[in-house]
Write a protein that binds this ligand. Structure first.
Ligand code: SF4
Length: 317
């Protein structure tokens, strides 16, 4: 996930003041995140931070306390988008970390206002997870889809229940399956993010095989494989410092990627490992390009030449 705003003119991501449930005034500041594929989207901050904010590897919103932005501010920002000339992007991304957690009435109001004021917008996307997806009934998700919500980016991270519990993901494999089924039934595309290395050395094989099997079960149209990077200050980093979590080396990480590519039975999935965090960038239609992808991975694994990997200085979160 990428800190972002360079493509959006200043008025569109201007800092705002909002009020938390206890009446405290919050000036969010900090970074705004969006998936790489939303680089050209308008970033509409309907909420601040993440309502979960407990995943052991995540430092994205540790500087923010979760709050829902007042609807009047959201609509004022949409009005600013509407006045912009030339008309800005045809896509909108709802921020911050899990905007789908907003009450249904607020999401409906926001999507309806977007449609009324920015009729050229073709797709709205957001981050979501099992907590936020499963709080919505199938009918509510369908309602959001009908109002333009076309994509949910979901950090599943792993298909291994043990690893999910260890990273305090707040969900289970069974819940991921149910969430995926609900999104599919609603006609909302599911973009799944998995994290190479999140099981550590000890759980590496189980993480890879269980993740491939989960991906096969939910068969999403998009999968992005990122590589976990323990960020100073996070519980995962502290566990690494204490020797309780050992990050797989680049060759083990490539081995995990190989398992995902070899074992994931995905019918029409765009599979990408081209995130900045990865050692070997690949992007392909998995069902069509599985063998060339495997050959590319195997060639690197056979040589074990670090020169064939993305250098550390080019890697990023
Ligand atoms: S749900 Fe997402 S944004 Fe929230 S703590 Fe976990 S990884 Fe971070």
């Amino acid at each position: 996930m990428t800190p972002q705003n360079p493509n959006i003119p200043a008025p569109f991501v201007a800092p705002f003041v909002t009020t938390a449930a206890d009446g405290r005034t919050l000036v969010p500041g900090g970074s705004v995140y969006r998936p790489p594929s939303e680089a050209d989207s308008l970033l509409l901050q309907v909420s601040v931070g993440c309502s979960h904010n407990r995943c052991s590897y995540c430092a994205m919103y540790t500087d923010k306390r979760f709050a829902i932005r007042p609807q009047a501010e959201v609509e004022a920002l949409i009005d600013a988008f509407a006045r912009a000339r030339p008309a800005p992007s045809r896509r909108v991304f709802l921020c911050d970390g899990d905007a789908l957690i907003l009450p249904q009435a607020r999401l409906v109001a926001t999507l309806a206002y977007l449609r009324a004021r920015l009729p050229w917008v073709e797709r709205v996307a957001t981050y979501g997870d099992c907590r936020s997806i499963l709080r919505k009934t199938p009918a509510e998700l369908r309602e959001l889809a009908d109002l333009g919500l076309g994509m949910v980016y979901h950090g599943v991270e792993t298909g291994d229940d043990l690893a999910m519990a260890a990273i305090v993901k707040g969900s289970t494999r069974a819940q991921v399956i149910e969430a995926a089924d609900r999104l599919r039934q609603a006609g909302i595309r599911h973009s799944v993010i998995v994290l190479l290395g999140i099981g550590g050395v000890a759980g590496s094989e189980r993480h890879a095989h269980e993740t491939a099997s989960l991906l096969s079960r939910i068969d999403p149209p998009f999968v992005g494989a990122l590589t976990v990077t323990p960020v100073p200050g996070t519980p995962l980093y502290l566990a690494q410092q204490a020797g309780e979590f050992v990050l797989p080396d680049p060759w083990q990480l490539l081995g995990e990627l190989r398992v995902l590519v070899a074992e994931s039975a995905l019918t029409a999935c765009q599979f990408a490992s081209n995130h900045a965090s990865n050692y070997l960038p690949l992007r392909a239609l998995l069902a069509r390009d599985r063998q060339p992808m495997l050959r590319a991975i195997d060639a690197v694994l056979a040589e074990r030449d670090a020169g064939m990997l993305k250098p550390e200085w080019l890697r990023g979160l």
